[in-house]
Design a protein around this ligand. Sequence first.
Ligand SMILES: Cc1cc2nc3c(=O)[nH]c(=O)nc-3n(C[C@H](O)[C@H](O)[C@H](O)COP(=O)(O)OP(=O)(O)OC[C@H]3O[C@@H](n4cnc5c(N)ncnc54)[C@H](O)[C@@H]3O)c2cc1C
Length: 295
Amino acid sequence: MIKDKSCESVVYSQKGNEYQIKSKYVISTNDIETLYTKMLSDHIVSQKFKQKLNDAVLYSSAVTVSIALDCPAENLGIGQELICISKEGINRNDHDSGDPLISDISILAPSVRDKSLAPEGKGLLTLYIPAYIDYKDYWGCTKDEKGNYLRGEKYNQIKTEVADILIQRVEKELSIDLKTHILFYDVSTPITYLRYTGNKNGTMMGARPGKENMQAGIAHHQTPVKNLVLGGHWSDLGGGVPICAKAAINSVTLILKKENKEKFNLLASYIDGKIGLAELNSSKLVKEYNNSWSN
Ligand SMILES: Cc1cc2nc3c(=O)[nH]c(=O)nc-3n(C[C@H](O)[C@H](O)[C@H](O)COP(=O)(O)OP(=O)(O)OC[C@H]3O[C@@H](n4cnc5c(N)ncnc54)[C@H](O)[C@@H]3O)c2cc1C
């Protein structure tokens, strides 16, 4: 919500009720095109820049097969390592083409590192490949009048086919009998990632670093709306958790610069490596925190 050309609150609905959160600043981490084309009035962001966003080069999405095993992953010879299956003799670009027959597969067993993820004597395995939303005509989905993908039988059939191919490739390359140890599995596709995150085409990490995106000025924190700041992976190029952490701290320091110069200087000194963490934490400007977070 905008008042006097400045962002002043966020309105959202939950279970049929509408709520408003008032805030002098709003940091947005959701999909940038959704923010600029659907959440703000049409005239606020220029058509030219919206077109640049539309043309931006994005990271792929993914297919993830999350498998529940009837045994610890260690019994199949899989430990804490990340295993990568890469096909030989194919073009460089085909490794992340999204074709389940040739794309690189990453294999991780999260339950090896964190035993609380699976019951005793059981395990978890995730198989992952880069993937794209237009695979097999948008994963066999149709669209409703609002443009949402509708998932039906064809969608389930395609994702099961893809999962089966990946499971077979893993069995062959690792010489393990995986199928008989599967209690159940769940498949996330680009349609799933789009549905849960709202990120365009289900992209994993937003805009790629590179000449096109740099020249188009895709990365930015300050939006055309006063006090509406970008803070997630859409505010920078490169995506991923490190870029998000950088974007978060940058958005906060931008706000502190306007609101509290003293605190801004302190935080900026720490980020620039001029003072250490102990010195930052011992400052009277920093509130005490007992590190009691839990997840
Ligand atoms: C399969 C996969 C594997 C990955 N692997 C890695 C990895 O190994 N290493 C790495 O560094 N990064 C990895 N990433 C990327 C990393 O997860 C993302 O870059 C990061 O989570 C983005 O964080 P964010 O806070 O910018 O946005 P998000 O995590 O996308 O958070 C945005 C939030 O906004 C919410 N939202 C969206 N629209 C609205 C709306 N209209 N109203 C209200 N809320 C909304 C979403 O539900 C979401 O919770 C991976 C991503 C995927 C999908």
